[in-house]
Write a protein that binds this ligand. Structure first.
Ligand code: IPM
Ligand code: MN
Length: 354
């Protein structure tokens, strides 16, 4: 098959981890007789530096023409403690999600057998964990207006806004996941406080009868934050709004052993985008220490979800398992006392297995 992939390395460790995923995709193309055509484009601080816009029109056009987007990370410390910065790299990510209509972010959480003893959580708690977070990605407090400051600068406000249509499309997607899995859907909200959460609940209640096989439960986000760590095997499919999903999925990454292992898929209207859930880790940029596995697994999700290449995706997963099992891993997941491998060496190893 011929596929066009837009490649957006972004900031910090983005370029190094993305190039490992490209290595692995090249190995897949060679092994299975596919042709992947890559078009590189700038996003984030890299794009601000080049053209003054964190999501330039040219990048958007490249994404729109692609069959899928592979994305690294966004964020730069030059902007972090600079509240007066006029443009921020993160605005590029948000603009990209909005303009590409990527309303659903799918984050599967499953521990790696070989890393179970490395998690700070007890083995018996996490070994049965296997769930998917479906995070709404283009609404809520990330995009709600008004947002800003009062004239005297002494008051700031953000607005959490959801329409029924926005809720319906993400909830339907979550129900479909539940139908294809263990048929349990947990709706995470704060309906005891927030009006948007109450609209979420109302919408789910209206839709639920269409999926009679799915067992629906409602859980407040504070309780969900506890339950996720206390009893992760409780969950099958979790659906939630943008910011709750952001926070809960970082928390959930502890179950897998490292933030450097969790991939994600963002799907929606115009194309689909695949990215690790972690950020740009600027302290590690250019040092060949960042874990490329989340990005490599994001490439596996791209093959499976966007191109329906199930066997190829599975081949990447097997190769990743081998690298973990054989200890060919970066410092974040290396066993104490053993020598960690560099980012590139891990990428080389995984590509060579394929
Ligand atoms: C993520 C990130 C982003 C988010 C940031 C960089 C804006 O944390 O993809 O989870 O909050 O969505
Ligand atoms: Mn996040």
């Amino acid at each position: 098959m011929n596929k066009k992939i837009a490649v957006l390395p972004g900031d910090g460790i983005g370029p190094e981890i993305v190039s490992q995923a490209i290595k692995v995709l090249d190995a897949v193309a060679a092994r299975y007789g596919h042709h992947f055509e890559y078009t590189y484009a700038k996003v984030g601080a890299a794009a601000i530096d080049a053209v003054g816009d964190p999501y330039p029109e040219e990048t958007h056009a490249i994404c729109m023409e692609s069959d899928a987007v592979l994305f690294g990370a966004i964020g730069d410390p030059r902007y972090d403690n600079n509240p007066s910065a006029r443009v921020r790299p993160e605005q590029g990510l948000l603009a990209m999600r909005k303009k590409l209509g990527l309303y659903a972010n799918i984050r599967p959480v499953e521990p790696f057998r070989t890393l179970i003893n490395r998690s700070p959580l007890k083995e018996e708690l996490i070994e049965e964990a296997n769930f998917v977070c479906v995070r709404e990605l283009t609404g809520g407090i990330y995009f709600g207006r008004p947002q800003g400051r009062s004239e005297d600068g002494k008051t700031a406000y953000d607005s959490c806004v959801y329409t029924r249509d926005e809720i319906e499309r993400i909830v339907r997607l979550a129900f479909k996941y539940a139908v294809s899995r263990r048929k349990k859907l947990t709706v995470v909200d704060k309906a005891n406080v927030l009006a948007t959460s109450r609209l979420w609940r109302e919408t789910v209640q209206d839709i639920a009868p269409e999926y009679p096989d799915v067992d629906v439960e409602y859980m407040y986000v504070d309780n969900a934050a506890m339950k996720l760590i206390q009893c992760p095997s409780h969950f099958d499919v979790v659906v939630t709004e943008n910011m709750f999903g952001d926070i809960l999925t970082d928390e959930a990454s502890v179950i897998t052993g490292s933030l450097g292992l969790l991939p994600s898929a963002s799907v929606g209207v115009h194309t689909s985008l695949f990215e690790p859930i972690h950020g740009s880790y600027p302290q590690a940029a250019g040092r060949d220490i960042a874990n490329p596995i989340a990005t490599i697994l994001s490439a596996a999700m791209m093959l499976e979800y966007a191109f329906d290449m199930k066997e190829e995706g599975a081949a990447i997963r097997r190769a990743v398992d081998k690298s973990i099992l054989g200890g060919v891993v970066t410092e974040d997941i290396a066993t104490r006392g053993s020598k960690p491998y560099g980012t590139q060496a891990v990428g080389d190893f995984i590509a060579s297995i394929i």
